[in-house]
Design a protein around this ligand. Structure first.
Ligand SMILES: Cc1ncc(COP(=O)(O)O)c(C=O)c1O
Length: 397
């Protein structure tokens, strides 16, 4: 293993025995720069984080301004902080008319899921929480309880009681959502299962069933949200509105932040009986919120039609390649299947040798993800597609 890939030798925890191991010294726009000065086109965006590329000037400026004002001043929810207000106003602008008019800022996607799980139990007084097979919601105990597949969970049992999973896309299984169910958590588009979408009809039926029995519908858009699909929020493609929307990853423009959004009425339940029902020291950190506000301000300026049409063009071009078995997704959020994990690994290496960074999925070994920055230039995107097709030619031989 290369020195840069041997985290443990340097005293750092490893998450995988086979990390990419590049040593990145600089990143700007859609490009990463290695210590040898090589420039790599980022087709991963740090797994759905750098939606406006790296080091966006407006986000960098907002961070500098905030740095001059103040860093952490108090645990979340005590002092009024301008950066939090700005981030909340930006985020809620389009969501408030849908009844999603209050946001709780936390530090990560998993923490936002934990908060939403607690909220669901607190609001409904029920204990059962359902996930959907194939979902990934994070690595903390609650979020892991909601996630599949089971081999990821088994080493850590017992997980949270009263949490189980309904089969993906099964109409019949909707009947297992009952008046004992506090909430159903589902990714609007499953990311780490390989960019896999429930049909619109199924999402509508799921929404209807939740409303019938008084269970909350929680949409996890931590990976698929905030512009990835060519829509500000992925649920806007579907016409289904959640009771709780969970965000993370791209939300901080490269800074760590997560959030769950719901109605003011529901959110109020977290500050009463018990008081301080959900608390966090660093949630709503002023630097993360300043970056978040700047990110959201810039995000809405994107050309959504171009992002959607680029996605369609890439899907068509990739589907035509003989090495490709299936392409799924929308906009700059695509999953591509080859005939097995071995060919995917060869492709990742072939793309790397052409200056393109590709990445795997957690739960779909025969697939790889394409999630370039949303503001990548058309020239860069065209060149990247040509290089990717060339790399596919190589691994097809
Ligand atoms: C859909 C989804 N939910 C939740 C999470 C967890 O977010 P975090 O890694 O910030 O805890 C992820 C992370 O990949 C995710 O893709």
């Amino acid at each position: 293993m290369s020195e840069s890939g041997d985290f443990l030798a340097r005293g750092l925890a490893m998450t995988t025995p086979h990390p990419l191991g590049e040593r990145i010294v600089r990143a700007s726009g859609s490009w990463l720069e290695t210590e040898s000065g090589e420039r790599l086109f980022d087709m991963v965006s740090g797994v759905g984080v750098s939606n406006l590329g790296h080091g966006h000037p407006a986000i960098a400026a907002a961070l500098r301004d905030q740095l001059d004002q103040h860093l952490h001043v108090m645990v979340y929810g005590e002092y009024a902080q301008e950066a939090q207000d700005r981030a909340a106003n930006r985020l809620l602008e389009g969501l408030s008319p849908l009844g999603l008019d209050a946001v709780y800022f936390v530090n990560s996607g998993a923490e936002a899921i934990e908060g939403a799980m607690k909220l669901a139990r607190r609001v409904t007084g029920r204990t059962e929480i359902l996930g959907v097979e194939g979902g990934y919601h994070g690595s903390t105990f609650g979020a892991l309880s909601l996630s599949t597949p089971s081999h990821r969970r088994n080493a850590f049992l017992p997980l949270l009681p009263d949490v189980s999973h309904i089969p993906f896309g099964s109409e019949a299984a909707l009947q297992s959502i009952t008046q004992g169910t506090a909430a159903v958590f589902v990714e609007t588009i499953q990311g780490d299962a390989g960019v896999r979408s429930l049909s619109n009809a199924h999402l509508v039926a799921l929404r209807k069933r939740c409303s019938e029995v008084g269970a909350l519908l929680v949409l996890d858009e931590i990976q698929c949200g905030l512009g990835r699909t060519g829509y500000l929020h992925a649920f806007q493609r579907t016409g289904v509105v959640p009771d709780v929307l969970v965000l993370g990853k791209a939300l901080g423009g490269g800074m760590p932040i997560g959030a769950f959004v719901t109605s003011k009425k529901r959110m109020a339940s977290l500050s009463e009986a018990p008081k301080l029902g959900h608390i966090t020291t660093f949630g709503g950190h002023p630097m993360a919120c300043a970056a978040c506000a700047a990110f959201l301000e810039e995000l809405v300026k994107l050309d959504w039609l171009q992002i959607r049409s680029t996605g369609e063009r890439w899907k068509a071009a990739l589907s035509d390649h003989p090495a490709v078995k299936e392409v799924r997704g929308h906009g700059h959020f695509l999953g591509v299947d080859l005939d097995g994990p071995e060919r995917v690994s060869r492709l990742v290496a072939a793309a790397r040798s052409r200056g393109l960074v590709l990445f795997w999925f957690l739960s779909r070994p025969q697939g790889f993800r394409l999630a370039p920055p949303l503001n990548a230039s058309l020239d860069d995107m065209n060149q990247a597609l040509a290089l990717l097709l060339d790399a596919l030619d190589e691994v097809q031989k």
